[in-house]
Design a protein around this ligand. Structure first.
Ligand code: AHR
Length: 629
């Protein structure tokens, strides 16, 4: 393969290019990146997922029951747990929590709090204890003086004196039965946080945020996905119920089989963006539930206004109703929203006609007239016409060969309505006839190498079309290995951070994302006009002054020799060549295994004709970048 790269004539790339998609699926929020360690901390429920005592147990022979007291902690948290002590019981009694399938105990400060109601004078003991050996790794005594007149909140810091060897541990809160003179106590919002990323209060898990930072992302698409839409009325994602003190957040039935606490709410999402230095792509509800319920034309304005209120809440100043609300909640500085996606997959569930006819236009007109600088992204590219200069979101879950066949997919697309590839993933291995994915057939548990390479071919196809693509995000991002609804996922984990799995697709995305072109450059192929088995893009980075070549090899019969010149790059110039391979096309990373992705870096020097020569093996992804200066 002999390639010549011109020095001009390409297209500027999007500043976003590679990013993240997040929704609470697979316990990726509660039980995932949201660092709260107590499962079912506030007994939140709904008619879909009624309040329950899941994850809680009694300690010392007491009896736990759910109660809806006439004076709850808050109207948002009507249900609490009553811990009843039988007559004559002495000693320590209380309740235990399993956590999100265990607790990772380290020697560090854990910040906790709880609300209690009932007569008590004495102290509570809070501990983290091994399920296997009964070892107490840490405990703290909290002096408590509470009454039955109301709820009192207590804060505590628990600092274990030793780390636990594994996460098979329990949280235990006990009190002296003799001091509970009325025979029972009520509890709610029992919380425990480890140190969080950038020490955010109510923040995110450090290991998982570091895993995201390792992808070098530029945007976060939030809060879904299906979880934005809601399964059926009235369970859309209500931004204004995810704000303020945790006691004021009722939670909601998520679309993935469990109640969401909404502790990870709108403000937390935006802090997440700030902490990674990335752009929020804020999705607003567009009038379509997953069961196909569509808001009619006459009523859609209510939801358009709801989206406008959300934008005012985030960006407004003190003179605005919702800006003032944000300030009153303790967030004086406005956030900046530059991208709004209207809905999610509105081409599905019979949504397309109404989306095209009135739903999308209503959102587009209202938002762009209030905020002319906001880019509106439609949740599909199946539109004719697109409103104004809106963009579209393209999702693709498929098989390796199909992704490779989409290398040219964007070539004939218009640059007037650039595309966000808001979700993509290789779901299943190849099958005869090059079909797309079969969503009801089995899927591999983790991204696998040939799939990750096929994704690279697709992504390089997107990079070649720099003027037509906003960026791309793999989905889903996260999987709690103890409870999940969707495989494969980019990052998998348990409570024990040492078991985190960075999938093969994590490695390939991190690789492609970490070397950015500021513009593409045209390439002439002197050997053959055929596309493949090497799929490539070339360009430059104006900030570093480097010339860049990215390539993925798919289905070659052996190593492919490549010779490439960049106009203006002199003989003797050095370049770094990094190549990612794996030994087996179906290899995947899994907990406790060695990383199956091999990374090899070499230095290549341009010959007397300015050509860099090297060869690339089958099922590899490579980047050649000239050294700057
Ligand atoms: O990523 C999983 C789901 O796939 C998303 O919620 C939805 O947008 C898509 O269909």
């Amino acid at each position: 393969l002999n390639l010549s790269v011109a020095s001009s004539g390409g297209n500027a790339t999007s500043p976003l290019q590679y990013g993240l998609m997040f929704e609470d699926i697979n316990h990726s929020g509660d039980g995932g990146i949201y660092a709260e360690l107590i499962q079912n901390r506030a007994f939140q429920g709904s008619s879909v997922f009624p309040s329950n005592l899941s994850a809680w147990g009694s300690v010392g022979g007491d009896t736990l029951s759910l109660q809806n007291l006439s004076n709850p902690v808050s109207s948002a948290l009507p249900t609490s747990v009553n811990v009843a002590v039988s007559n004559g019981t002495t000693g320590q009694v209380g309740l235990s929590n399993t956590g999100w399938w265990g607790f990772d105990v380290q020697v560090q400060d854990y910040k906790g709090s709880f609300y209690v109601h009932g007569t008590y004078n004495g102290s509570f003991t809070i501990s983290l204890v091994s399920n296997l050996t009964n070892t107490t790794f840490g405990s703290v005594n909290v002096p408590v003086s509470s009454t039955k007149d109301g709820w009192t909140q207590y804060n505590y810091t628990l600092t274990p004196s030793m780390a636990a060897p594994n996460s098979n541990n329990t949280f235990i809160l006990t009190f002296d039965a003799a001091c509970a003179t009325d025979g029972s106590l009520d509890f709610n919002l029992i919380s425990l946080f480890p140190p969080t990323y950038k020490n955010r209060e109510n923040g995110n898990r450090v290991d998982l945020m570091e895993a995201l930072a390792g992808l070098n992302p530029s945007f976060l698409r939030l809060p879904g996905g299906n979880n934005l839409e809601g399964n059926d009325p009235p369970y859309l994602w209500y931004w204004n119920q995810t704000l303020g003190p945790l006691k004021d957040r009722p939670g909601r039935p998520g679309t993935w089989g469990y109640q969401n606490t909404d502790g990870l709410g709108l403000i937390e999402y935006l802090y997440w963006c700030q902490d990674l230095g990335i752009e929020p792509i804020l999705a607003v509800w567009s009038g379509l539930y997953l069961d196909g319920t569509i808001i009619p034309n006459g009523t859609i304005d209510t939801y358009v206004q709801y989206a406008l209120d959300e934008l005012e809440f985030l960006m407004g100043d003190a003179s605005t109703t919702y800006g003032a609300q944000r300030i009153a909640l303790g967030y004086p500085d406005p956030f900046q929203i530059n991208y709004v996606e209207v809905g999610n997959e509105d081409n599905l569930n019979n949504g397309l006609e109404s989306y095209q006819d009135y739903r999308l236009p209503a959102f587009y007109d209202a938002i762009t007239s209030a905020y002319p600088n906001i880019t509106i992204i439609a949740s599909t590219i199946a539109l004719d016409p697109f409103p104004g200069n809106s963009s579209g979101d393209y999702h693709q879950y498929t098989r390796p060969d199909f992704f490779v066949s989409q290398f040219n997919f964007f070539d004939n697309y218009t640059s007037e309505h650039p595309i966000l590839i808001g979700e993509y993933a290789t779901l299943q291995p190849n099958a005869p006839g090059n079909p797309g994915a079969n969503f009801s057939a089995p899927r591999p548990p983790f991204p696998f190498w040939i799939g990750s390479i096929a994704e690279c071919v697709f992504l390089i196809g997107a990079e070649r079309n720099a003027d037509k693509i906003i960026g791309a995000s793999y989905a889903p991002t996260f999987q709690n290995l103890n409870s999940y609804q969707w495989v494969p996922d980019m990052i998998s984990y348990t409570a024990d951070a040492s078991q985190d799995v960075m999938s093969t697709s994590w490695h390939t995305v991190s690789f492609l994302s970490s070397t950015r072109m500021t513009s593409t450059l045209p390439i002439t192929n002197n050997a053959t006009a055929a596309v493949g088995p090497v799929y490539y893009v070339a360009g430059e980075n104006a900030d570093t002054g480097s010339s860049i070549f990215k390539a993925a090899v798919y289905n070659s019969s052996g190593d492919v020799p490549v010779s490439i010149t960049f106009a203006g790059v002199a003989a003797g110039t050095k370049a770094n060549l990094t190549v990612l391979t794996a030994d087996d096309p179906s290899a995947y990373n899994q907990p406790g295994s060695d990383n199956v992705v091999n990374t090899q870096s070499t230095s290549v020097t341009a010959d007397g004709n300015g050509a860099f020569s090297f060869s690339l093996p089958d099922l590899s992804v490579a980047i050649l970048e000239t050294e700057s200066g």
